[in-house]
Design a binder for this molecule. Sequence first.
Ligand code: TNX
Length: 559
Amino acid sequence: MIFRRLIAGLLMTLVAIASLAQDSKADYRVVPLPERIDGIKSADFRLTEQCVVNYPMGNRDMERNAAMLSQYVEELTGIHLSTRPCKDPKSSVSPADRNGNISLLIDPKEGNDEGYSIQVTPKGVEISGKSPAGVFYGIQTLRKSLPVGNTQAIQLPAAQIVSSPRFSYRGMHLDCVRHFFSVETVKRYIDIMALHGMNRLHWHLTDDQGWRVEIKKYPRLTEVGGWRNGTTLGHNSPVNDGIRYGGYYTQEEIRDIVRYAAERYITIIPEIDMPGHMVAALTAYPELGCTGGPYEVWTLWGVTDDILCVGKDHTLQFVKDVLDEVMQLFPCEYIHIGGDESPRVRWQECPLCQQRIRDIGISAEGKQSAEARLQGWFTTQIQEYLAQHGKRIIGWDELLDCNVDITATIMSWRGAEPGARGANLGHDVIMTPVDPLYFDYYQTSKTWNEPTAFGGCNTLKKVYDFEPVASDLPADKRRHILGVQANVWTEYITCEPQVQYQVLPRMAALAEVQWLQPELKDYQNFKSRLPHLVDIYKRYNWTYRAKSLVLEDEDQPKK
Ligand code: TNX
């Protein structure tokens, strides 16, 4: 008996020693899956603390890329890599210097602006891209290929890896109005996006329930509009918690977040929703409404009849003033001006709005009422103003119903059909249909034991299977589909772990929709690669829905 125990103990010790001696191995089959992974018949590259990350001297973006790679490697494996500027790591670093190291390179010959290639040989690792953004995505792939856990050395199999994204717009949205999230939380959301190769954050900053961006010219927007006298309980119940709730981002904080995102090649597109979803602003400045109020920052969810009065020149001036400051804060090409869920009942009764309709000479046409066309006129005014400042607008798909200019980019949310319709008309389009890309919806039909969600059922598989380009969209219209985004409305999402739970791992499925050509997509294969990505989530202490890792009923074809 003792003898058997001794043998068993000895065996276990031997196994432990053997696994210690054996370096852990990287696996390049990450999420999103690179387009090509070609193994090279050669020895592995051995990554240890002796490796240096080379980057081109004088290139600030690449310097940051190198620092981030070093940080990622340390976070996941405990291996510390130092970074080093080189004149040109490809040509002018002596082979001795290049040997045994990782070199980040700009290579104008790379095809896609955001594409990358990774070359691993026993002599070293080279990550190249046409732009620093491409190199960054290569870095993310290398990062995700690493075994998670502290170690001394990692074997990187020799290989040539090449990839580029299918879509140029790869977005996530975050509603910071219905619930307010701290600067740190938003930055972590940006970190999560970066891990998934995404490049646009659509930031919902104003709505009926709060105004969250400091506007110096109109301080009451945040002083008054930033706060509500409670939040409805349950699904829009008559019971209100009566607790004053709110908050806002100062301009300094916004600049800090915009910079943080830009360093991760993520452009933030702010949304200032108009003419509807404006009760917070109306509460602060009641003269902006048709009835003059009084109004109260809304404590319910849904759609209200109180919207901006566009019969008053003052309202247009207000919007332009606000956008002046917003444009200063957000250097991106686009401003999202909302345009959704804008009932026009107040306009029907408002003498000033009716006068406006007569003055500009519009009337009902086809299915569009005069008031619908008034929203089109208002949107065009704002669009032209922004165009004078070199900016373009994005708006929700309701804009298709009110005669807006073709240069407006449409966000298709009420299904995929408006997106196809918009593209056929010649609008650029971003696909973000409720089904399956509303991540505020449940992830399963078995909703017991799930945190309260808006409703619906958008499973991991549904997200994965989403095809953004309608099969009958003519070839010459396909280029109008700029990309894909998932939305996170936060009526029922009150804290950061819940935000993370709603998006993870659905963001992983979305990343493959955004990056992979359809013929490369394979759900079962994706699911086999997912656990490793989840190990990374765990390493960062991010909350995720573990049940989505196992095969669920929802994955099975309907009987
Ligand atoms: C619709 S999507 C909205 C939001 C809600 C969301 C809830 C859109 C343009 N409007 O105001 O928060 O549904 O899922």
